[in-house]
Design a protein around this ligand. Sequence first.
Ligand SMILES: Cc1cc2nc3c(=O)[nH]c(=O)nc-3n(C[C@H](O)[C@H](O)[C@H](O)COP(=O)(O)OP(=O)(O)OC[C@H]3O[C@@H](n4cnc5c(N)ncnc54)[C@H](O)[C@@H]3O)c2cc1C
Length: 556
Amino acid sequence: MPGKDDCVIVSAVATRQPSAGTVVVLGNGPVGQTAALLLARWNVPVVVLDARPERDSIGSRAICQHRDVLDVWEAVGAGRRIAAEGVTWTTARTFYKDRELFAYTLPQQGSSCFPPFVNISQSRTEEILDERIAACPRIDVRWNHCVVGLAQDHAGVVVSCETPAGVVEIEAAYALACVGARGDDVRQRLGARFDGHSFDDRFLICDIRAELPGWANERRFYFDPAWNPGRQVLIHPCPGSTFRIDWQVPGDYDVEAEEAAGALDARIRAIIGDRPYEVVWKSVYRFHSRVVDRMRIGRVLLAGDCAHLVAPFGARGLNSGVADAENAAWKLAYVLHGWAAEDLLESYHQERHAAALENLAVTGATMEFLVPHDEGGCRRRVDILTRAASDPSARREVDSGRLAEPFWYVESPLTTADPSRPFGGRPERGATVPAGPGILVPDAPISLAGSACGRLREIARDGFLLLATPGVDLAMIEGAAADGARGPVRVLALREIDATGVLGEALGARPGEVWVIRPDAHVAAVLTLPTLADVTGALRRARGGGIGPLTGPGRA
Ligand SMILES: Cc1cc2nc3c(=O)[nH]c(=O)nc-3n(C[C@H](O)[C@H](O)[C@H](O)COP(=O)(O)OP(=O)(O)OC[C@H]3O[C@@H](n4cnc5c(N)ncnc54)[C@H](O)[C@@H]3O)c2cc1C
């Protein structure tokens, strides 16, 4: 295994040293932090570079984290802590003017140990991830390293950084660019386009501390309330009796002028009445809808806000950035350990770019409903909201944000299709996709002899997992798993680990099946009465064996 010293720092004039096994992560935001922790978990040494002098926890952007993202963070020892410190909410209420249109409760698939969503400030999440990083000797964090150059060839990448001591060059095998929305320079150096558009309206975001009885476990969305006519307001509970209030405001809105005139206080009081409150943080945002044309450029993978920007309604920003980090980490690890060919990295672009496009489509539709860009759209919105007060079928058309959900890799070259489990497309809002090829495997309690593991997802992330239902020749499956040179593969009989039956039911498992589960807990294949060749073929495909050699921008 490569060691920490494989990342060699040299002055701009010194001879470069080879650095075969290291990944350099550009950007120490939450996506870069998550990627570094996951890579280290795969025993890959990581250097994390950030332009800032240190972590500044001023303000907070993301607050709403999805259960499956908590689960990824749990794999690096942070999920339960983030969940315990966060506020759990399960109900989403939607109002039009002074009337509640509907409320829905978020669904549970399988039996996760995490609630559907937890609200916690991004700055607190980053602190908790920092603590995990500090305990991890394979991660070398370098603040005050502003990336100003990025070169690559067939052997690796060279990252040039401006530091207080001058320019340094850092060599590594691969780079993961997580430099966020403002990473124009890095994107340009990579030749990545960042097409899309920015929305005209702005959003005033205030975190206030106040006692608001009954509001502590609900997300509330108000269309056209008397206190923000023609626009909307979103209220989320956060830890410590804090509430995130998000007003849509006109494009020329000036928060300083409003505060000086005392109108900000009036704006807040219109919602909370005469209760005492304190403003913890406030900011005005303009939202964007953009995605890079390539998420893999040779030896560099782009992740998080560096690769895609969406309006935050639906909480798809950081939640999808964490999924990028996980997808990148296992694939980089497999390539670096020699368990898969470099072609596997191309599937990072294919899978995560498709996920980004899905997020753009979903949040774009939401923004079109929230901020229609023409008269026809405005009329449609009023019509739907008016009808929704009395017509339940119109409620489906009310779009206050479709909450984050894991993407389904059904069209990925890593996935083996199962004709008996056809993908039904994007499910109804609030519903989940049935388990099957490409889908994130539902979590469930398991009992594993000689192990303290109590959940499927705890073992799913250790390598490939082959789960056999009754009627499968287990010895034959074990033969398929025996090739240790291709990385860890574990074979388990479903009936031996699923005493409660919860897992089998969540999977919709049938006799004679082998479920092939990838190291990011997505199902790669469901094979019925497979031969040895079927199983090895599905494993080979899931490690990128079906991706042919590439020409063009994906190749270094
Ligand atoms: C108002 C608002 C609310 C949101 N709410 C949610 C939510 O509820 N849920 C959700 O999932 N998402 C939400 N998001 C989105 C979320 O905040 C982002 O998706 C998340 O911050 C992206 O993390 P990142 O690590 O990709 O980028 P960032 O957090 O931007 O981190 C990028 C890092 O790269 C560093 N960097 C930049 N350039 C360089 C360089 N040249 N060299 C070295 N370092 C560099 C920066 O210093 C920074 O540390 C929200 C966003 C906004 C604006």
